[in-house]
Design a protein around this ligand. Structure first.
Ligand code: MF3
Ligand code: CO
Length: 265
């Protein structure tokens, strides 16, 4: 409704910076994914890149109820939908998929993005899950147009994924993002009945389909964070932070080139 924050020029500039950093970190982690590494290896690389780029993790210490998230990144493998806690014990194997979710603070603003990477060759059905989920994100973003409603984003994502026989997680949704990790509005990946907010210029939205190969149901593991598909089917997660403008949606989570390793401290 009217409580959706609209970013002014300064807010947009700061969102650009936070989002570019989040995207650059994610971009640096993707090529590290290979059989034999652990999700803790990805965590440490992510933690170091966030620091090197002058930002802070928005995940580390994030409070949910009485718990604080214990890592700088969320690394979710196979049936893990989101919020997988990195671990030395979790070794990636050929045929796995791994979702990397990077959320950073920079100068009071948050950038949020995620991507699911295959570990070596994967089964054709899972390859299709990744392709369709990624396409759904693009189709959702295309609907983030001034004058449309949030529901139009949801519908594009839902129709594409369900049309291919996959299901959309309902227990978690995309969201506004800005001076907090989660701001209004909610951006569900399924059409909801009733009121849906109109999209205006200057909104920054984290659009993030979470797509299961099997059923939509999820449960949270006893660690209090890791969300898995209830039926154990693989799950994909693709996310961008998007700015709405009078000229159409603009993806803010675009990586920047980084200095060569050798010149880094
Ligand atoms: N992108 C995730 C979200 O929007 C990141 C959460 S960080 C965690 O919920 F601390 F909750 F893990
Ligand atoms: Co998010």
């Amino acid at each position: 409704m009217s409580d959706i924050p609209i970013k002014n020029k300064e807010g947009v500039a700061k969102m650009r910076e936070a989002c570019a950093i989040a995207a650059t970190v994610l971009d640096q982690l993707k090529p590290l994914v290979r059989p034999g590494i652990t999700t803790q290896d990805l965590e440490e690389a992510g933690r170091d890149w966030i620091a090197r780029l002058g930002a802070r993790s928005a995940c580390y210490g994030y409070q949910h109820g009485s718990r604080r998230y214990p890592a700088h990144t969320c690394i979710s493998v196979n049936d893990e939908v989101v919020h997988g806690i990195p671990s030395f014990k979790r070794i990636l194997r050929e045929g796995d998929i791994v979702s990397l979710d990077i959320v950073v603070w920079k100068d009071g603003y948050v950038g949020d993005n995620a991507f699911t990477v295959p570990v070596g060759p994967i089964a054709p059905a899972i390859e299709k899950l990744l392709r369709v989920s990624r396409e759904a994100l693009d189709l959702g973003i295309k609907q983030a147009v001034v004058g449309n409603r949030i529901n139009d984003i949801s519908r594009a994502i839902q129709q594409h994924c369900e049309g291919h026989g996959f299901s959309l997680v309902r227990d978690m949704v995309g969201h506004g993002v800005g001076v907090a990790m989660h701001e209004p509005p909610e951006v569900p990946n399924f059409v909801q009945k009733g009121h849906s907010d109109k999209i205006k210029a200057g909104m920054t939205l984290a659009i993030e389909p979470m797509v299961n190969l099997g059923g939509f149901k999820t449960k949270t593991l006893s660690d209090g964070w890791t969300v898995v598909s209830s039926d154990g089917s693989p799950s994909a997660h693709f996310e961008h932070t998007v700015l709405t403008t009078d000229r159409g949606p603009e993806i803010l989570t675009i990586p920047r080139p980084v200095p060569a390793q050798s010149s880094l401290k």
